[in-house]
Write a protein that binds this ligand. Structure first.
Ligand code: ZN
Length: 484
C-alpha cells in the first residue's frame, strides 16, 4: 500500500472509531484481541506481541506518557528450562495537582491468556475473550475516557496491561517489586479488571477488596448508584487469583472488578460473541467515574483494618486428594500387631486459612483399609473425614508455600467388608470409628503433600476395645483455581 494512502486510511479508521458507541468500541477491541490470529495471547507467541503493540498504540493515541523510553516494561521468566521475556504495557496520565500528582492509582488488566495447543494436527486456540480480553478492552476505553478528563485527575493514573498473569501473576509481581519510579510507597490504590464481560449473566459486579481502602465501599456505592450498577462483593479480602494479590501483599489497597465465572472459563469456547457488550459499557463508565473520583479525592489511605495480605486474612481453598499407605490392627492386650495391609483413599479436601499461622483442613475420603488379623485378612471400605489444625512453620508468598505439622481427629463410617473369603469366627465389626490423626504437610502452589498417621480410639470390633486400627498414609492433593 502506498505510504500516502496509509495515513488517510489511519485517520479514517480512527475517526470511524470515534463515531462508534462505547459497546461498539469494546466489541471492536474484542474482535481484535480474541481473534485466532492472536494465538490465545500465550506466553512466547507472536500473537501476544501483537496484542502488546495494539495496546501500546492505544496508549500513544490517547497521549499517555510512556513508562520509560517506551511503553514496555520487560521482565524475565524461566519456566521448564525455557527463558522468556514478559512484557507489561504501561502508560501514565500525569495528575493536575502539583502535590498529589506524585501519588499514583494503578488501573490494570492482564492481557495474556493460555495460548493454543495442537490436537490431532488442529490448532485449538484459547481466545480468552472474557479472560481477559474483556478487561483489556475495558482498560483501553478507560484510557480513552480518562485522558479526556485530565483536568479532573489530581493524582496520576498508571494504566497497565499485565503479562504473565496466567503463569502465576508474573507481570504484576515484576511491576510491584520494581524499585523504579513507581514504588509501592507512592501507589495509593490498584484496580485489576479481570473478566468483566458477563455483567448481565452474573447480575452484578464484584469489587472484591474495595474494603481495603478507607471509604472505598462508600465511594463505590455512590458511583454505582449513579450508573445503576449492582455491586455484589465489596469486601476487604484481597483476591489471590488475580493481579490484585501482587499489590495487596505489599500493603496497597486493591480491588478486583469481576463479573463471575459465567463464560467458558479457560476453555477454547471463551469467544468474543458470548460477551455482554451493553452491560460491559456500563461497567466501564462506572469504573471511569470511580477512578476519576479516587484520583481527585483529598486523601486515599488504607482501611484501618487492612495490614496487607502478607499478614494473612481468611482464605478458602479446595481440591482433590489421593493417598496410599498401610493400616493394621493393634492388639492392645496381646502385645501383638497384626500384619499391615495396603490402604488407599481418594476424595476432596478444603482448607480454611485463618491468618498466617493457622490453617484448618477437612477431607472427605472414600478409602480401603484393614489388616491381616489373628482370624484372617479383614479389609473394609469406608468414608473417612479427618479434620486437622495445621500450624504453619513456614508461610511465604501469601500461602503459596507452606510447611506445617498438624493434628486433629477423624471419623470413619464403615460401609462394608471387601474380604474375599468368609471368615467364620469374625466377631461383629463396629459400624464406625473415631480417632486422632497427626503428621506433617507441605503445600507448594497448587500442590498439597502430607504424611499422616491415624490411631483409632473406639476399636475395630463391637465387643471389647482391645483391638484398634492404625495406619500411615502419604497423600497428594491438587488445589482448584489459579490465576483467573
Ligand atoms: Zn484472568
Amino acid at each position: 500500500m502506498s505510504r500516502f494512502i496509509l495515513p488517510f486510511l489511519f485517520l479514517f479508521t480512527v475517526s470511524s472509531l470515534h463515531a462508534q458507541s462505547l459497546p461498539e468500541r469494546l466489541r471492536a477491541h474484542l474482535d481484535f484481541l480474541a481473534a485466532d490470529s492472536l494465538d490465545g495471547r500465550g506466553l512466547g507467541t507472536p500473537g501476544k506481541q501483537k496484542a502488546a503493540a495494539y495496546i501500546a498504540d492505544a496508549f500513544k493515541n490517547a497521549g499517555l506518557a510512556p513508562f520509560d523510553d517506551d511503553y514496555f516494561h520487560e521482565f524475565f521468566i524461566r519456566i521448564s528450562m525455557v527463558n522468556l521475556t514478559g512484557t507489561n504495557v504501561v502508560g501514565v496520565l500525569e495528575g493536575s495537582d502539583p502535590e498529589l500528582k506524585n501519588e499514583f492509582i494503578v488501573i490494570g488488566a492482564h492481557y495474556d491468556h493460555v495460548g493454543f495447543e495442537m490436537k490431532k494436527g488442529e490448532r485449538v486456540v484459547y481466545n480468552g475473550a472474557d479472560d481477559n480480553a474483556s478487561g483489556t478492552a475495558g482498560l483501553l476505553e478507560l484510557v480513552r475516557t480518562l485522558s479526556g478528563r485530565r483536568s479532573e485527575l489530581k493524582r496520576s493514573v498508571i494504566f497497565i496491561a499485565f503479562d504473565g498473569e496466567e503463569s502465576g501473576l508474573l507481570g504484576s509481581k515484576a511491576f510491584a517489586s520494581s524499585n523504579g519510579r513507581f514504588t509501592p510507597a507512592v501507589i495509593r490504590f490498584m484496580f485489576s479488571m479481570d473478566m468483566i464481560g458477563m455483567y448481565k449473566s452474573y447480575n452484578g459486579l464484584d469489587l472484591k477488596g474495595i474494603g481495603t481502602l478507607d471509604q472505598g465501599p462508600e465511594m463505590a456505592r455512590e458511583v454505582a448508584e449513579k450508573h445503576n450498577i449492582r455491586l455484589k462483593d465489596i469486601s476487604a479480602s484481597v483476591e489471590a487469583r488475580t493481579d490484585t494479590w501482587s499489590f495487596g501483599e505489599r500493603g496497597i489497597p486493591t480491588a478486583h472488578a469481576f463479573t463471575g465465572l459465567k463464560s467458558p472459563y479457560h476453555k477454547p469456547e471463551d469467544d468474543a460473541p458470548k460477551l455482554e457488550y451493553e452491560e460491559m459499557g456500563r461497567v466501564v463508565e462506572f469504573m471511569a467515574d470511580l477512578g476519576a473520583r479516587m484520583a481527585a479525592a483529598p486523601a486515599l489511605k488504607p482501611a484501618s483494618s487492612f495490614k496487607g495480605t502478607d499478614k494473612g486474612g481468611v482464605r478458602f481453598q479446595a481440591g482433590v486428594v489421593a493417598g496410599g499407605g498401610s493400616s493394621f490392627f493393634y492388639y492392645r492386650d496381646a502385645f501383638y500387631n497384626a500384619k499391615k495391609k495396603a490402604e488407599f483413599s481418594a476424595g476432596l479436601f478444603a482448607q480454611l486459612h485463618l491468618g498466617k499461622k493457622i490453617t484448618l483442613q477437612a477431607d472427605g475420603l472414600y478409602d480401603f483399609n484393614g489388616s491381616d488379623s489373628q482370624i484372617g485378612p479383614v479389609v473394609r471400605h469406608s468414608l473417612t473425614v479427618p479434620v486437622v489444625l495445621q500450624y504453619n512453620l513456614l508461610n511465604q508468598n501469601g500461602g503459596q508455600v507452606r510447611m506445617y505439622p498438624f493434628a486433629g481427629a477423624y471419623y470413619r463410617q464403615h460401609l462394608g467388608t471387601v474380604t474375599e473369603d468368609e471368615i467364620p469366627d469374625l466377631p461383629a465389626l463396629a459400624d464406625s470409628e473415631m480417632g486422632f490423626t497427626y503428621g506433617f504437610g507441605l503445600d507448594v502452589m497448587k500442590f498439597h503433600f502430607s504424611l499422616a498417621f491415624r490411631r483409632d480410639l473406639t476399636g475395630v470390633f463391637v465387643t471389647g476395645d482391645d483391638v484398634s486400627a492404625r495406619g500411615a498414609m502419604v497423600n497428594f492433593g491438587y488445589k482448584f483455581g489459579g490465576g483467573l
